[in-house]
Design a binder for this molecule. Structure first.
Ligand SMILES: [Zn+2]
Length: 184
């Protein structure tokens, strides 16, 4: 059943004009913080889930990613956000305008899914790494490892600043689906 408050905010039929409806929604979201509205979404999955998974948008990896999560017995037990570069999108300067999407979605998953952990899967041959740090940063396997280790360290640092209660796992997936984990 649709939450009547949310329906009023979202649906133009209940307000004098769609413009006003949009203004009301954004006004309220701004006043309360966008995530304050999230528990009111009727039908949204809620409960206790295992993790938020952060991945890149690269089309070569979704199948391997799901297989990896299945192998870990996590299929159906996690939420997911995909941004080009995965954790690179959260820390690299060229993608800084994307960061709010990550933080807002993380806040939503914490609120709705009560996740205790964020799992990051960066991947090898990632174009976003080349854009953020230059092609040489991923020119060899060793350089690629170092680049992603640096990214993971920055990512862990910003996570610790904002969500020190969450566990952070970082992994680098190859084209064969194998994941190298780099701990802090
Ligand atoms: Zn990528």
């Amino acid at each position: 059943m649709t939450d009547p408050t949310l329906h009023t905010l979202l649906c133009a039929c209940c307000t004098p004009s769609p413009r006003l409806a949009r203004r009301s929604l954004f006004g309220l979201a701004g006043a309360l913080g966008a995530t304050a509205l999230l528990p009111r979404f009727a039908g949204a999955a809620s409960g206790n889930y295992e993790a938020l998974l952060l991945t890149c948008i690269d089309p070569r990896f979704p199948e391997n990613t799901l297989n990896y999560m299945r192998d870990r017995h996590l299929a159906g037990k996690y939420s997911q956000i995909s941004l080009a570069g995965a954790s690179i999108a959260v820390v690299a300067e060229p993608f800084k305008t994307w960061r709010p999407a990550y933080w807002e979605n993380l806040a939503a998953s914490i609120s709705l899914h009560h996740i205790p952990k964020v799992i990051v899967l960066n991947h090898r041959e990632c174009g976003a790494a080349g854009i953020a740090y230059g092609p040489d940063s991923i020119a060899t396997r060793e350089k690629e490892n170092e680049t992603h280790k640096k990214v993971f360290a920055e990512f862990r640092a910003v996570m610790a600043e904002r969500h020190k209660d969450l566990t952070v796992e970082t992994g680098l997936m190859g084209l064969d689906g194998k994941v190298d984990t780099f701990t802090a």
